[in-house]
Design a protein around this ligand. Structure first.
Ligand code: SF4
Length: 231
């Protein structure tokens, strides 16, 4: 059905306000320098959990869990994602999606099956900057198209950016915010980067600079109906 890298059996943070099971799907076309899920990147790796494992878990979690969040990796790369979502919905669970918007056509196929989307904005909408933040993907038009699909769908979604000081400057966050606000996005979060194990040089103060910049925070608060920091 789908290649599941791993399953988080209980989460209250992956879909804010919902208690969810999180399904980490195996395979991602991107190579973000701040990736904490590198074991999920390779498409050929057989994941640690099976579709049957997930169904079995969900059968026993009815009444306890509200939702299933399809995360990654990049869920939109899974050929049978729509079918998997249908089955989960038939079991009585709401469906959430984490994506970077890599494939707008794939997003279109599933958007009306989901009740919430967490959408990762990696960098300002500039090919070179997106390439740096994703390890090579610079087709920002696809990202814009995905955001338009979200807005037109009416499905509740948030945009969020991991503030990795190795690849983003304060000014980049201003640029991201301006573009999103111009699109009509109303909910935005900035997330603190926690150095991955191979990053031995980034200091806590480097990671904190986005969150201590009062001018930036005030600007973001003025741009969005909902803006929060996640540290
Ligand atoms: S999109 Fe997510 S899973 Fe893929 S490389 Fe980036 S952080 Fe890792």
């Amino acid at each position: 059905m789908i290649n599941i890298g791993d399953i988080e059996k209980f989460s209250i943070v992956d879909w804010p306000s919902k208690i969810s099971v999180v399904v980490f799907l195996q395979g991602c076309p991107w190579r973000c320098p701040f990736c904490y899920n590198q074991s999920l990147q390779d498409f050929k790796t057989q994941g640690n959990a099976s579709w049957d494992n997930l169904l079995h878990l969900l059968e026993h979690r009815k009444g306890v869990i509200d939702a299933v969040v399809f995360s990654g990796g990049e869920p939109l790369m899974q050929q049978n994602l729509a079918q998997a979502m249908d089955i989960v919905k038939e079991m009585g669970f709401e469906v959430g999606l984490h994506t970077g918007g890599y494939d707008p056509q794939a997003l279109e196929k599933v958007i009306f099956k989901v009740s919430w989307v967490g959408f990762d904005i990696k960098a300002p909408f500039d090919a070179a900057k997106y390439k740096t933040a994703t390890g090579g993907f610079g087709d920002v038009e696809k990202i814009k198209q995905s955001i338009k699909i979200l807005l037109q769908s009416g499905v509740h979604f948030e945009c969020r950016t991991t503030c990795d000081p190795r690849i983003l400057e304060i000014n980049d966050i201003y640029q991201i915010a301006d573009t999103l606000a111009d699109f009509g996005v109303t909910e935005y979060y900035i997330q603190k980067y926690r150095p991955i194990p191979s990053d031995t040089t980034t200091q806590e103060s480097d990671c904190d600079k986005f969150f201590k910049d009062e001018k930036l925070i005030a600007y973001l608060q003025s741009k969005f109906q909902i803006f929060e920091t996640r540290k």
